[in-house]
Design a protein around this ligand. Sequence first.
Ligand code: ATP
Ligand code: MG
Length: 481
Amino acid sequence: MPDAPLPPLQLTDVQRSVAEELDRIAPVIDELGRRFADAGHELSLVGGPVRDAMLGRHHNDLDLTTSARPEQTERLLKGWADAIWDMGRAFGTIGCRRGDWQVEITTYRSESYDPSSRKPDVDFGDSLDGDLGRRDFTVNAMAVRLPGRQVEDPYGGVVDLAHRVLRTPGRPEDSFSDDPLRMMRAARFAAQLGFTVDDGVREAMTAMAERISIISAERVRDELVKLVCAPYPRLGLTLLVETGLAALVLPELPALQLERDEHHRHKDVYEHTLTVLEQAIDLEHRLGGEPDFVSRFAALMHDVGKPRTRRFVADGTVTFHHHDVVGAKITRKRMQALRFSNDEIDAVGKLVELHLRFHGYGSGEWTDSAVRRYVRDAGDQLERLHILTRADCTTRNQRKAARLARTYDELEERIARLSEQEELASIRPDLDGNQIMELLGIGPGREIGQAYQHLLELRMDHGPLGEERAREELLAWWAAR
Ligand code: ATP
Ligand code: MG
């Protein structure tokens, strides 16, 4: 994760990346471009795929924009696409799939936004330039006309892309007034692309932050999830906090900037949290390597109970008793307000609640039953709890960090050993004592114990035998005695 800004891109590299990507997606864009042109319509690749092509990133989801109206688009796709669906006709978007390609085609827009309503009011537009001018950032306001592959960049997006900066095509105040969600999108793209925002964008975000309140919780949540799952979440989160947006959409985060006491006796919890998040990301390979929202969000929220539980003790120290339990409650409430699913809320809430449990482990004096309880309470979040607990160590004291890591290694080894033993302990022979007594026609005694032991050995050696085979084996053993 870079602390320093990424170096500028070379325009020659950008051009080469685009040419390569256009060749790769040629099977889709050449055919579709022809089809639309033959019918007298304009069609262009636009937004994300153009931007990402310039950055050398490939994907099979292609966004296109057209002069054709949705019904016309639908007709032109029939016979070409394997499947066609309506993404919301009112918004002018038709989706389709052909082979591995996912394509979304949107009719040119000239969108106007009623600031008091939550839904964009869509008017279809007539020109590509007009459509591009309504887009959020210049790097998203570039297009490639099809089938000729002529690049359209009326707002200087390619220069901004080279400098890795987010700028709005028009005045940022007008853009954010049209659609306040774009302020969240600025933070999301900063986190996804590793870009900074232009000074004007930052100022407008700061001045207009409270306008975000007209946007539905679901749309805010979706941007937040994308931000948190991005490669550089620190960049996006810092921007949200510094502009005051976080105070509105995730107030628990800026609240972690506890006033430092003059002796710096307790760490800056906010800075600690961002580091824990990055350390949790570094451990995601344990979950398969994909960005994991639950794990990341738990890292972000794990200490949100601290501001409310902070107590200054007479000896000059600070305590945060029960900040795990209080934090879990606060986390659940926030996630409910953001309309997360119950499964996500339960998972993150549980992790926040359990993130301190390991600290009672000391140097390994938990009983087996305490280890079992840890595993049982974590349930299907155990792997994520391992990640969170390990990530939650940001001490600069290397010896202390190494000791904690080693102690946690031991705990994980104990969990592994215990569960292996208990699986072994739960293995039973294929017949129980009553069945053995019945089959051999004798009562309880030493011989039944021996028969049971014999069947258990067979079970250990060969795995489950099934009742039929177990009966035969038992009778053969009995006869051979
Ligand atoms: P990804 O699909 O990876 O999230 P993207 O850039 O394709 O990234 P989308 O949210 O899919 O982003 O939007 C597609 C394009 O539509 C954007 O690139 C942008 O040009 C435009 N766009 C989307 N939402 C807005 C908005 N709220 N205001 C203005 N333009 C927008
Ligand atoms: Mg997209």
